[in-house]
Structures are given as structure tokens and as C-alpha cells.
Design a protein around this ligand. Structure first.
Ligand code: DQA
Length: 144
């Protein structure tokens, strides 16, 4: 299968950004680990991080044309704001899992609502970067 991992704004700062909340691992380390697991299982994994909403939207549109089977998405702050990204995922109807490093429900009230959870296959939060590994495992099991 072809899996796309999308990371939203500020996730390029992982490792340095509030490490007590988001952990000490860098995004490059997380992406490399996911790529290794996918490759070991005979699958193809692509990834993109962007701080720009329109770039994420365009990447989702392109995913359709490329035949991406599954998306793992941490929309970061756009989780709580972006109708446009929600609509992009609905437009391509590629199944996706929403991932958050932190337990958003333990945090400020404005992080409790997500524009994605009700249209996601599943949601993982609060397990740190392991959430991506678990999401990948689930996605690979659901594709072939
Ligand atoms: C986050 C949680 C969001 O509320 C926050 O804006 C982020 C990261 C997480 O992975 O825990 O940037 O998506």
C-alpha cells in the first residue's frame, strides 16, 4: 500500500518544542522510523510537514491522483480551526487516522474539539510518537 503521513504546523520544531508535552524525538527521527517499518513490511511511505494550510490541502488533493491508500494525519493546531482541511479529506475520500502526540483532552478546552475526529477512521492521542507507529500498523492492516 501507499501511505502518506502529513504533519501540520510547528511539528518541524519537534524535539525542541515544549519537550515535556511533545517529547524529545525529532520529526526526522519519527519519519525515518515509520519509513523503515513500512518498507520492512513491503509498503511505500511518503511524508510531508507544512506550516501552511494551503500546502497541506494541495498535498491531499495530489494524494488522490497518486493513488495514496491511507493518510496518517496530525493536523496540529489546524485540528481545532480548519474546515478547509476537513473538506479536502472529504473531497478525496481517502481513509485517514488522526494522530496527536499529546492528550488533547487533558489540555485547554479549545483543544477538545477537532474538525477531523468524526470523519476519521480512528483517532490516537496522548501516546507520544508511538501513536504514529500504532496508526501505521492499523493502516497497513486495513490496506493490502
Ligand atoms: C497536537 C495537539 C494540538 O492541539 C497542537 O496545536 C499541536 C500538536 C499534538 O500532536 O499533540 O500543534 O496536534
Amino acid at each position: 500500500a501507499s501511505i502518506l503521513v502529513l504533519h501540520g504546523p510547528n511539528l518541524n520544531m519537534l524535539g525542541a518544542r515544549e519537550p515535556e508535552v511533545y517529547g524529545y524525538e525529532t520529526l526526522a527521527e519519527i519519519n525515518q522510523r515509520l519509513q523503515n517499518s513500512a518498507a520492512a513490511a513491503g509498503h511505500h511511505l511518503l511524508h510531508l510537514q507544512s506550516n501552511a494550510e494551503h500546502e497541506l490541502i494541495e498535498r491531499i488533493h495530489a494524494a488522490k491522483a497518486e493513488g495514496v491508500d491511507y493518510i496518517l494525519f496530525n493536523p496540529a493546531a489546524f485540528t481545532h480551526t480548519s474546515v478547509a482541511l476537513r473538506d479536502a479529506l472529504l473531497a478525496v475520500s481517502i481513509p485517514f487516522i488522526e494522530v496527536h502526540l499529546s492528550n488533547v483532552h487533558q489540555r485547554e478546552a479549545f483543544r477538545h474539539h477537532s474538525y477531523f475526529s468524526d470523519i476519521a477512521k480512528g483517532v490516537i492521542c496522548g501516546l507520544g510518537s508511538q501513536g504514529y507507529d500504532l496508526a501505521l500498523q492499523a493502516a497497513l492492516k486495513q490496506t493490502h
